[in-house]
Design a protein around this ligand. Structure first.
Ligand SMILES: Nc1ncnc2c1ncn2[C@@H]1O[C@H](COP(=O)(O)OP(=O)(O)OP(=O)(O)O)[C@@H](O)[C@H]1O
Length: 251
């Protein structure tokens, strides 16, 4: 069911909240070095899927997850992170009274288990990668939205994850910041990190993803290249709400 080219293989993943099936029998794979996009309307189950993969803060009712050849759906969130699967959150999340560098250090020490010079080197590399070095001594609470988004990514990247789950990194960003984020996401991928990306800003999602999976009512509706997804009438019906595929695809 998995091979060495596959970084993540998800099979039959499911989660219900009472009578609501938030994630319904979802299966997919991600190749090493790939960016797989996830689209879908509000409430489709995208964030719940991330929660199940990271087991943070909830666990799946059904299905299994093979990450880098190892079954991870019974590991603690901490062990999943250590195994190389990191995530960012939709809501800006940071220790706002700590500095930017201190936040990233927490990821290095308590997340990745690094100490001393190794921790310092990882923190500096992550700050540099996310262009946060000039802001390293600033309180996280004083960052812009885009700064906080980059801080969340830096706090994940400090562990050198093999796979990064990004939950709506472009929400709240202006168009210039969105363009910068696009460059940054591609750079992370080019440096060897596979990426699973939830994003409502379709030009960005379609512009960086090799493939896009669309969810609706907890289920995987379809998956394909961005061009295939943009012209799929089921997707237009479920998600684009009549926006024609040409404008949705204009990156
Ligand atoms: N802890 C929870 N308890 C009860 N219902 C939940 C819980 N978490 C999510 N849900 C419900 O599961 C469904 C899927 O939610 P989810 O946040 O995964 O959707 P989404 O696709 O990420 O939406 P959005 O694009 O708005 O972020 C929604 O109906 C939501 O209300």
């Amino acid at each position: 069911m998995t091979n060495s080219d596959t970084i993540l293989a998800v099979k039959g993943l499911g989660k219900s909240f009472g009578s609501l099936v938030a994630v319904d029998d979802v299966s997919f794979t991600i190749r090493r070095g790939e960016i797989l996009g996830i689209a879908g309307p509000n409430g489709a189950g995208k964030t719940t899927l991330f929660n199940l993969l990271s087991r943070n803060p909830i666990v799946a009712d059904r299905g299994h997850v093979i990450f880098d050849g190892q079954r991870i759906d019974r590991l603690s969130p901490h062990r999943i992170f250590r195994a190389g699967l990191a995530r960012t959150f939709q809501k800006e999340t940071a220790f706002f009274k700590l500095t930017v560098a201190e936040n990233v250090r927490l990821g290095a020490v308590y997340g990745a288990g690094l100490r001393g010079a190794a921790a310092n080197a990882a923190v500096n590399a992550a700050l540099e990668m996310l262009e946060l070095t000039p802001l390293k001594h600033q309180e996280a609470g004083a960052l812009t939205v885009y700064g906080t988004k980059r801080l969340m990514i830096a706090s994940a990247m400090v562990a050198s994850p093999k796979l990064l789950l990004m939950d709506e990194p472009a929400s709240g960003l202006n168009t210039i910041e969105q363009a910068e984020l696009k460059t940054l996401i591609l750079r992370l991928r080019d440096q060897g990190t596979s990426i699973l990306l939830i994003e409502h800003i379709l030009p960005l999602l379609f512009g960086v993803s090799e493939r896009v999976m669309v969810m609706d009512f907890g289920r995987k509706l379809t998956e394909g290249s961005p061009a295939e997804i943009a012209r799929d009438p089921r997707v237009i019906d479920a998600y684009l709400g009549g926006v024609n595929s040409e404008s949705a695809h204009a990156a």
